[in-house]
Design a protein around this ligand. Structure first.
Ligand code: ADP
Ligand code: MG
Length: 318
């Protein structure tokens, strides 16, 4: 298969949005950006054996490579619109490459369609498997969610449940055994098929003072918010949301995964107390209040006043 055939067959599906003046197929893409919006953009590379285990199914690699990028835009409160794909493949011409590309592009395309995010271009090269996606979106001027907006007294919330992906990874690399098969599947799915919290972001955006997506573990990513906002945090660790699967494993291991494990792709955000009632009346997605912002710059404490520090759990993060 030639490079041109490959692009044509697997990566030329888009061009549907009216904002795409020129998509895949010319020397560069052209997009139309409304006057009243800012362009919001982020790029992430996923390398086999570093960001995902080598044996990850191609369909999941396709999904996850885009999902992690969508998550960054959700954290900014932006609406996703377009993405480019720089794909490096070990080979193009073996029979198994065709299957891999078919599966990879299906995983990618399914999520892209769901998220209404158009593939507008990319690059295809030969080398060790690596996927770089640059995602672009828009936000009404002055409405983006930043890490720097948290204020003393704000309540700290997270979406979903934490630690599932880290436990999924631990089972894949042989660090941990899980009894129930359905719990094992659930955790591995959370690792391989993360959900970018796009829907949640739209609601959170109306009330939040700051936001970040949790990709490197709750404590580490909360630390980024604290540093950017020049504040501290006290967490009620008993409130940290665990899935039914994690509530069935050893509590210490589950909590370590929830506090320090990577790859959750949940949103962490702060809500001023003055609009907390309105927020709770409006929010129709799964969110949990886990603590409060205080004045102890960059320090995270638990409910007993003891400091909480991230412990290594990120074998496959970077
Ligand atoms: P050039 O040599 O001019 O950079 P390429 O052959 O790299 O052209 O790309 C031709 C067209 O195909 C461009 O529009 C480019 O954006 C697109 N393209 C290349 N690789 C991919 C890919 N993996 N996914 C989507 N579009 C791609
Ligand atoms: Mg090129």
């Amino acid at each position: 298969m030639s490079e041109f055939n490959l692009i044509e067959t697997y990566f030329s599906w888009s061009d549907t949005a009216s904002s795409v003046i020129k998509g895949v197929g010319d020397d560069a893409a052209i997009i139309d950006i409304p006057n009243d919006k800012y362009l919001v953009t982020s790029v992430d590379t996923s390398i086999a054996g570093v960001h995902f285990p080598i044996e990850t199914p191609a369909i999941d690699i396709g999904h996850k490579s885009l999902a992690v990028n969508l998550s960054d835009l959700a954290a900014m409160g932006a609406t996703v619109k377009w993405f480019t794909l720089a794909l490096t493949l070990p080979s193009f011409d073996k029979p198994e490459d065709t299957q891999w590309l078919e599966d990879f592009s299906r995983g990618l395309k399914t999520l892209a369609n769901q998220a209404a995010c158009d593939l507008i271009g990319g690059d295809t090269t030969q080398g060790a498997l690596s996927i770089t996606i640059q995602v672009m979106g828009v936000v009404d001027k002055g409405t983006a969610l930043l890490r720097s907006g948290a204020k003393v007294g704000d309540l700290i919330y997270v979406t979903g449940t934490l630690g599932d992906a880290a436990i999924g990874l631990a089972t894949i690399i042989g660090d941990l055994k899980i009894k129930h098969l359905s719990d094992l599947d659930y955790c591995q799915d959370r690792l391989n098929k993360p959900t970018a919290r796009i829907v949640e972001s739209k609601i959170i955006k109306q009330f939040a003072s700051s936001c970040i997506d949790i990709s490197d573990g709750l404590l580490q990513d909360l630390g980024h918010v604290l540093k950017a906002s020049q504040v501290g945090a006290s967490l009620n660790t008993r409130e940290i949301p665990l899935s039914p699967a994690l509530s069935r494993i050893n509590r210490t291991i589950a909590m370590q995964a929830a506090l320090s494990g990577g790859d959750d792709y949940e949103l962490l955000f702060t809500i001023p107390q003055s609009c907390n009632v309105d927020f709770l009346e409006t929010v129709n997605v799964n969110v949990t209040c886990i603590g409060k912002i205080n004045q102890n710059i960059s320090i995270i404490m638990d409910e007993n006043g003891d400091p909480l520090k991230a412990s290594g759990y990120n074998h496959f993060n970077g």
